[in-house]
Design a protein around this ligand. Structure first.
Ligand code: F6R
Length: 609
């Protein structure tokens, strides 16, 4: 939620800040703004709407200066408007602040400041920070920020500049991500590394309760109470080209078509040549500890939660260990029963989702071992968990998660095989067979993605329907939820995902001749039960769109449309059956003229609770 970019150096700040904001726009896109310092004066430009609107404003009224901060907003307090856009300034308009997070005690602070004569211009929680710094500022900006930080409750990543101190950019973090990019005669701050890849790959990750004072030549990190902290930079391996569209119309389209190579690279880098074992070099949790695991709890949000639901089937099949799955926001409050023999797996693309982070901390507090499966390199979850497995899917910019999901599934298969081997639950023949079959998945995924004509045809005919139902069973039940989520978030068309066996317990009442029902029915133990469901839908006039295994004539006889996937073991089918569902959501959204990469009201990383 919200993107922050800051710069101090020798170059003009405006283009650097603007390009950085464009890379972070997926974090929030209801308004944007920028502030720089020239000749001791802070100048601010802000605009409601996307970064393009700010960019147009800057063409007319450019900002000069070699120090600046900028922000793209996802509204929490106060409607999206020019006035509520960041940066926010104090009464003297000499201090400018950008903020990601929520200041929970802002009303009390604001009341006190108003009584002291401060005049507020916005409805935001952020503005109190600018006024507090103004209140405490004598000559030392660092001291004024430090005193202010002690009063703030909630979560924040901050960037602060002051007209009187054009040689200093201040950053601070509590609960919302902030990274520092190290350059030559220049330094940067940003909400995540993707904004900085064009300038540097040397990154310092700020931790909670840390602040930093950046000059063009130095970065000094300290705790909020002033203790100096030594930090070593991490070198990021992603490159700037990975965060570009590369000729595709949308990031989402590019990311969907990257899935075969993402799966291939996961298998290639994690599996031994003779297919006898799986390696997770970076994981850090000793095999001895994993061998004692008696229970697994998976915690995640949204699409990552759906990967977790599929993960339950995968891990129970491959390890024999019972698995429970929770959405993070429920897990953290339900007093989960965990012990030292419980392995908690948190799954997250961003590694910054507030509820998942809180769930992870709760699990650690209760004595469980925490393994994170994360895409974003160096993110908070990877640093705080006992062990990490990176999905290495490359930057995912489209707000709707696609390649991160199939990468998460691929890692879950491999982790299941790894743990199953450790627990002596799988023998070597079975491991070899499974790993050999996994090697075929990228080619099968490519085949499905090439078959988009049928999906376009379905989208053309049915993009105007009011509601879709998605049904699946067993391993493909979570994909029914995922398919419905993709359609909802991209097209704003209502969609429900259901376990097909539940259809008769309620949703069947919705079915009439205007209702498309997407049935996920690959070769599986529950195939015939799905066929019965399809017949029940047809008997009530519903429009059946089936995702079935090549050659399944029986299904095509009963369906209005059949999208085929290659023959694959049921265990591996979810990583393939989800691909037509992603394509369907994409093409319906296009037909409905939606903003595919930036659907309304959403943001890529949900860093507030
Ligand atoms: C849906 C989507 C979201 C995320 C969820 C978790 O397409 O992208 O539902 O999956 O916000 O985000 P991460 O994986 O970053 O924890």
């Amino acid at each position: 939620m919200c993107g922050i970019v800051g710069y101090i150096g020798t170059r003009e700040a405006q283009p650097i800040l603007l390009n950085g904001l464009i890379k972070l726009e997926y974090r929030g896109y209801d308004s944007a703004g920028m502030a720089t310092v020239t000749k001791g004066k802070v100048s601010v430009r802000k605009q409601q709407g996307k970064i393009a609107a700010l960019s147009n404003l800057l063409k007319k009224k450019p900002l000069r200066g070699t120090i600046g901060i900028s922000h793209s907003r996802w509204a929490t307090h106060g409607i999206p408007s020019q006035c509520n856009a960041h940066p926010h300034t104090d009464c003297s308009e000499k201090i400018a602040v950008v903020h990601n997070g929520i200041i929970e005690n802002y009303e009390d602070l604001k009341e006190g400041l108003i009584q002291e004569g401060h005049i507020f211009k916005s409805e935001t929680d952020t503005e109190v920070i600018a006024h507090l710094i103004e209140k405490f500022y004598k000559d030392d900006i660092e001291a004024a920020v430090r005193t202010t930080l002690k009063l703030l409750k909630g979560s924040f990543a901050l960037g602060v500049i002051l007209g009187n101190h054009p040689e200093q950019l201040i950053a601070a973090r509590l609960g919302s991500s902030l990274v520092i990019g190290l350059g030559e005669e220049e330094n940067f701050i940003a909400s995540d590394t993707s904004a900085l890849l064009a300038h540097t790959k040397n990154i310092l990750f700020l931790e909670d309760n840390e602040m930093a004072v950046l000059t063009k030549k130095s970065v000094a990190v300290s705790s909020f109470d002033g203790k100096a902290i030594e930090k070593k930079p991490t070198v990021i391996t992603w490159d700037a080209a990975q965060a570009e569209k590369g000729g595709y119309a949308h990031f989402m389209l590019k990311e969907m078509y990257e899935q075969p190579s993402v799966i291939e690279s996961i298998v290639h880098h994690r599996v031994s040549e003779e297919k006898s074992g799986v390696y997770f070099q970076e994981m850090k949790i000793p095999g001895k500890k994993l061998k004692c695991v008696e229970k697994i709890a998976i915690v995640a949000c949204g699409t990552a939660y759906h990967a977790g639901l599929t993960g339950k089937y995968i891990l129970e099949t491959l390890t024999g260990i019972p698995v429970e799955v929770d959405v993070s926001s429920e897990f953290r409050y339900r007093k989960p029963i965990l012990g030292k023999d419980t392995l908690v797996i948190v799954i997250s693309q961003s590694g910054e989702t507030a509820d998942t982070l809180a769930g992870m901390r709760e699990a650690k507090r209760r004595g469980a071992t925490v393994l994170s499966i994360v895409n974003a390199l160096g993110s908070t979850m990877t640093r705080e968990s006992d062990g990490v497995i990176y999905t290495h899917a490359g930057p995912e910019i489209g707000v709707a998660s696609t390649k991160a999901y199939t990468a998460q599934l691929s890692i879950l298969y491999l982790f299941g095989i790894y743990l199953g081997a450790l627990k002596n639950y799988l023998n070597i023949q079975r491991i070899k067979k499974l790993l050999t079959e996994m090697e075929g998945l990228p080619q099968q995924a490519t085949q499905i993605l090439a078959n988009h004509k049928i999906i376009q045809k379905i989208s053309k005919r049915h993009h105007d329907k009011n509601c879709f139902l998605y049904l699946g069973r067993n391993l493909n039940f979570p994909n029914a939820l995922e398919g419905a989520l993709k359609l909802k978030e991209l097209s704003y068309v209502h969609a429900e995902g259901y376990a097909a066996g539940e259809m008769k317990h309620g949703p069947i009442a919705l079915i009439d001749k205007t209702m498309p029902v997407v049935c996920i029915v690959p070769d599986s133990a529950t195939h015939d039960k799905m066929v019965s469901n399809i017949q029940e839908i047809k008997a009530r006039g519903g429009i059946v769109i089936s995702i079935a295994t090549e050659g399944d004539k029986h299904i095509s006889n009963h369906s209005d449309y059949t999208v085929y996937i290659p023959k694959v073991r049921e265990l591996f089918s979810p990583v393939l059956t989800v691909l037509p569902l992603q394509l369907l959501a994409y093409h319906i959204a296009l037909r409905n003229k939606r903003d595919v990469d930036q659907p309304r009201n959403l943001a890529k990383s949900v860093t507030v609770e």
